[in-house]
Design a protein around this ligand. Structure first.
Ligand code: UDX
Length: 441
């Protein structure tokens, strides 16, 4: 008989994992403590923008016409306990307020609710990103006969469905052959397609996630540090990234210089990692991450400075600033720790009249920064602008017509905070185009 799977927590990770498990052929029950989320998901809707996810849900959620009916949602822990052979814990682990450390309260609450109801013989699998050592501790909270495994998730927002169904690797921390066997059964399809399956212990599994994100953050900050040097020396960081990227050992990806990384993962994960290393007495090993963080934060301030220069150098007072992009990256509506909104907010606080446009992130941006100006289109944001800031590299912005925009802008000055627009096209249309880490003209 096929395994029955529950997914606890239906945010980005959980909603995607639940839908993916149903797609792989399992009966799935998703749980969230927020009833509104359950209502929405039960109707096949997702509370965020994630390409392909709504389609996948509609394909499987019970009660939707033509669906497989394999996917249901509930708020009942009893139902989850009675149903599941395997429970995936996918709740979020944000940064603690005012601290670097990770807030484990949602994970702890999930284990406290699950422990009394989980059936003997069931397997609990942690997927949340946690400080190393958490799994050892959480295992002690489960009753005899209920085992724990750790299986970190590497999905990227915007590619969540693809990354879950076709992961570039699967990592499982296990304490028994049985747990490994069960997880091999769950992931039989991706393993069959060639996804490597790495079996390890709890601490290593936890560390794989935080070290992978630290490496990615380091790569971005490295190229941003090179952008600073290029600006000082008159070099071109885009060419430099291309040239070093041809070396396979370095690789081309994650070398796009600009206003730096944001989102719900990289910034908080490197900070939580530093905090945890400190607790373990290994803080010296990760002091470089402080530099990674500080290079990254400096990018935002630098973009504000470039914008100030562009509007005359003194102040933003009386100046209109158009901001293209609000989300932390394209193909997402996520504005958590968004460099784009941070830059927009700083300019607003310094007296600039900021108008933001984003293809998908407007509602979330409005909620977070209600005092900024917003426009319904890129053209609307640019109308009358003294400077245009391109801060999130949506495809829509690459397809804009610089000539048409030039007709409505007060000044034809664009600063490319993502090195994603074509300088030649913009300059030919009469714009002064400046990008981070590249020569002025
Ligand atoms: C990241 C990891 O990639 C993923 O494996 C993990 O599971 C969760 O964290 P995500 O937060 O979705 O995923 O975003 P990612 O695509 O990694 O981008 C993070 C940030 O880095 C974005 O703000 C992006 O704009 C920025 N970035 C990325 C750069 O500034 N330059 C680059 O070259 C690449």
């Amino acid at each position: 008989m096929s395994l029955k799977i529950t997914v606890i927590g239906t945010g980005y990770l959980g909603a995607t994992h639940a839908a993916a498990m149903a797609e792989l052929g399992f009966e799935v029950l998703g749980l969230d403590v927020v009833p509104e989320k359950i209502e929405l998901l039960s109707a096949g809707k997702v509370p965020m923008y994630e390409p392909g996810l709504e389609e996948l849900l509609a394909k499987h959620v019970a009660g939707i016409e033509g669906s497989s009916g394999r996917l249901r949602f509930t708020t009942s822990w009893e139902e989850v306990g009675a149903f599941g052979d395997i429970h995936f814990v996918c709740v979020n682990t944000p940064q603690k307020h005012g601290e670097y450390a990770c807030d484990m309260s949602y994970v702890d609450a999930a284990f406290a609710s699950l422990a009394p109801v989980a059936r003997e013989g069931s397997l609990v699998v942690g997927k949340s990103t946690v400080p190393v050592g958490s799994a050892d501790r959480l295992a002690t909270l489960l009753p005899e006969g209920v085992e724990l495994a750790w299986n970190p998730e590497f999905l990227r927002e915007g590619f969540a469905v693809q990354d879950t169904l076709h992961p570039d690797r699967l990592v499982v921390g296990v304490r028994s052959e049985r747990a490994e066997k069960l997880l091999r059964e769950v992931y039989a399809a991706p393993i069959g397609e060639g996804s490597p399956f790495v079996v390890t212990d709890f601490p290593t599994a936890e560390l794989v996630k935080t070290s992978a994100n630290s490496f990615l953050a380091t790569k971005i900050s490295f190229i941003n540090a090179m952008a600073e040097v290029c600006e000082a020396a008159g070099g071109d960081v885009v060419k430099l990234a291309e040239a070093i990227g041809y070396d396979d050992r370095i690789g081309k990806k994650f070398l796009r210089a600009g206003i730096g990384f944001g989102g719900g993962c990289l910034p908080k994960d490197i900070r939580a990692f530093m905090a945890r290393a400190g607790e373990l007495g290994a803080d010296q090993a990760l002091t470089f991450l402080r530099e990674v963080d500080s290079i990254n934060m400096r990018r935002r301030g630098h973009m504000v400075e470039l914008a100030r220069e562009a509007v005359g150098g003194d102040s933003f007072l009386g100046k209109r600033v158009a901001v293209l992009g609000a989300t932390f990256k394209p193909d997402s509506d996520d504005v958590r720790d968004s460099p784009a909104l941070n830059v927009a907010g700083q300019i607003h606080l310094q007296g600039g009249q900021v108008t933001v446009y984003d293809p998908k992130g407007m509602d979330n941006a409005r909620r977070l920064f209600p005092t900024l100006g917003y426009a319904d289109t890129a053209l609307g944001a640019i109308r009358g602008a003294d400077v245009v800031l391109h801060l999130t590299e949506w495809r829509e912005f690459r397809e804009l017509d610089p000539a048409a925009l030039g007709a409505v802008a007060a000044e034809r000055v664009i600063l490319d905070g993502r090195n994603a627009l074509d300088p030649v096209v913009w300059r030919e249309a009469g714009w002064t185009y400046r990008a981070m880490g590249r020569p002025a003209a």
